[in-house]
Design a protein around this ligand. Structure first.
Ligand SMILES: [Zn+2]
Length: 447
C-alpha cells in the first residue's frame, strides 16, 4: 500500500461542509444556540503566527525561550488582551488567559504549546492554542458565558528540542518536576531555562499550578497517518503511549581491522547493531501498539579500518499498555546483557525519559465523540503516539484530546499540513466540548 495515494483518496472522500471556512462569526450552529467558529479568522491567525520564526521555503523555528519564541508569545498574549482575558504568567512561563464564567469556580481549560522543533510546521501546538482563542472570541462576540470560566493556556517548552525534558511547563504545572530544578535545566547551548525566561521577560510571578483546573481538553493535529488514511475527520483520543528512552554505552577494544582474527574481537559496534536488530524483532513480536526505534548511534573512533571500542546509542520503546511496555524493557535489557557478555564487552545504560501510559477520562472521551457526531463528522477512538501537555494535566483533572488529520502523517517537518476544512471542524468540536463542560447555554441545564 502506498500511504500517500490512499491518504489522498480518503481525503477526497471525506465529507467536508461546503461552507467550512466561510461562515461569519455569530452564525449559529444548526440545532443549538451556540455561535459558530469563524474558519477564515482561525486560518488567518495560524498563518500570522506561522510568520514568526518562519523558515525559508516553509515551516517555522521557534525553539523554546528564544527570541522567536518570545515574539510568538508576545503576539498570542496580545490576542488574549484583545479578548479581555485575565492573563497570568507563572514561574516557568506558562501563560493562561481566562474568560470569566457566571461563578468564580475552577476553569475548564484548553490549550497546548507554541514552541516548535527546529524544522516545525505551522500547526503542531499552535493550532490548539489559537483554536481555543477562536472559541473564546465567538463566545464573547455572541455574549455567551458559561457557569464556569474557560481558560486557554500555552505551556513552556513542550517540544524539549532545546531543554530536556519535553512537556516541561505542564510537568512543572502539575507538580511532577520542581520549579527550581526546571529553572536550573541547561539547554543545548549551555544556558539555563531560568536565565532564558528572565531574558525574554516570561518568568512570571504567578505561583506554578496554584489554580485548580476543572477539566482539560487539548485540540491537536494527529502527527501520524491514521485519520488521513481512513478518511476520518476527528479522533477522540483515549490514551497516550508510555515512553521509555534509554541510552546504552558499550565499551570494547579498538584494534586493527586487518590483523585481528574474528574470534579475538571485542567489537562495541557489533553489539550495538545486534541490539538494534533485536529492538525491531521485539516490537514485531509483541505486535499491537508496540514500537521500537534506535534513532541515534555513535561509534568511536568511527574509522573504516578500526574495530570500534565504544558505541553510544539510544532505544525508544513505546506502548499504550504499561505492563507490556515494562516487559519490553526487561526483554531488551536481558538481550543487551547477553549480547555484551557474548562479545566480551561492558555495557551500561542511562534512562533519558520515562513516562507511563496515560488513559484519558472516559466521560470526556465520550463527550468528544458525541460532539463530533452531532456536527455530522466521522470520528474514531485512538491512542496518541506522541507525548502532549494533556497527559500531564490528566494527573490533576479529567482530561482528553481531540485529533484532526495530518496529511500523509507528517509532523516535526516543514511539510506538516492539515486541510483547512479539518482545522475548522476540529475547532467546532472544541467549541461544543468546552461549551458543554463550562455549561454555556444551551448546555446550562446539564449540570
Ligand atoms: Zn505538539
Amino acid at each position: 500500500m502506498k500511504p500517500r495515494t490512499d491518504g489522498a483518496k480518503a481525503r477526497a472522500a471525506r465529507r467536508a461542509p461546503p461552507d467550512v471556512a466561510a461562515r461569519p462569526a455569530g452564525a449559529r450552529d444548526a440545532g443549538t444556540a451556540l455561535p459558530d467558529i469563524d474558519g477564515s479568522r482561525l486560518l488567518a491567525s495560524l498563518e500570522t503566527l506561522g510568520r514568526i520564526g518562519a523558515l525559508d521555503g516553509g515551516g517555522v523555528c521557534r525553539l523554546a525561550l528564544t527570541d522567536e519564541d518570545k515574539a510568538g508569545r508576545d503576539w498570542v498574549v496580545e490576542r488574549m488582551r484583545e479578548l479581555g482575558l485575565r492573563i497570568t504568567i507563572d514561574g516557568i512561563g506558562n501563560v493562561i488567559g481566562v474568560y470569566p464564567g457566571d461563578e468564580d469556580v475552577a476553569p475548564v481549560m484548553t490549550g497546548s504549546h507554541i514552541d516548535t522543533v527546529r524544522t516545525g510546521g505551522l500547526y503542531d501546538g499552535n493550532y490548539g492554542v489559537l483554536a481555543g482563542l477562536e472559541v473564546l472570541r465567538v463566545l464573547r462576540e455572541a455574549g455567551v458565558r458559561g457557569r464556569k470560566p474557560i481558560a486557554v493556556a500555552f505551556f513552556t517548552n513542550e517540544e524539549g528540542a532545546r531543554f530536556a525534558p519535553d512537556m516541561m511547563g505542564s510537568l512543572v504545572f502539575q507538580g511532577g518536576l520542581g520549579l527550581d530544578e526546571a529553572l536550573a535545566t541547561r539547554g543545548i547551548d549551555g544556558s539555563t531555562v531560568g536565565e532564558n525566561l528572565e531574558r525574554i521577560g516570561y518568568r512570571g510571578s504567578a505561583p506554578v499550578g496554584a489554580a485548580a483546573v476543572d477539566s482539560y481538553v487539548e485540540l491537536h493535529i494527529e502527527q501520524g497517518p491514521v485519520l488521513d488514511l481512513e478518511g476520518i475527520s476527528i479522533g477522540a483520543v483515549e490514551s497516550v503511549q508510555g515512553i521509555s528512552w534509554t541510552e546504552f554505552t558499550v565499551l570494547g577494544v579498538s584494534n586493527h581491522a586487518g590483523t585481528t582474527p574474528m574470534r579475538l574481537r571485542r567489537d562495541a559496534g557489533l553489539v550495538a547493531a545486534r541490539i538494534a536488530c533485536f529492538a525491531r524483532e521485539l516490537a514485531n513480536g509483541i505486535g499491537g501498539d508496540q514500537v521500537a526505534t534506535v534513532g541515534a548511534v555513535n561509534l568511536f573512533p568511527n574509522l573504516v579500518n578500526v574495530i570500534p571500542n565504544r558505541a553510544v546509542f539510544t532505544v525508544d520503546l513505546r506502548n499504550t499498555d504499561g505492563e507490556t511496555l515494562q516487559r519490553a524493557e526487561q526483554r531488551l535489557r536481558r538481550f543487551a546483557d547477553e549480547a555484551a557478555a557474548a562479545e566480551g564487552v561492558s555495557l551500561s545504560r542511562r534512562a533519558l525519559a520515562r513516562f507511563d501510559p496515560v488513559r484519558f477520562d472516559p466521560d470526556l472521551v465520550a463527550l468528544v465523540e458525541r460532539s463530533a457526531t452531532a456536527l455530522g463528522l466521522r470520528t474514531r477512538r485512538m491512542p496518541s503516539g506522541a507525548g502532549h501537555d494533556a497527559q500531564m494535566l490528566a494527573r490533576i483533572c479529567p482530561a482528553a484530546m481531540i485529533f484532526v488529520p495530518s496529511v500523509d502523517g507528517l509532523s516535526h517537518n516543514v511539510r506538516e499540513h492539515t486541510a483547512p476544512g479539518d482545522l475548522v471542524a476540529g475547532a467546532r468540536v472544541l467549541l461544543r466540548v468546552l461549551a458543554q463542560l463550562a455549561e454555556c447555554p444551551p448546555f446550562s441545564g446539564n449540570r
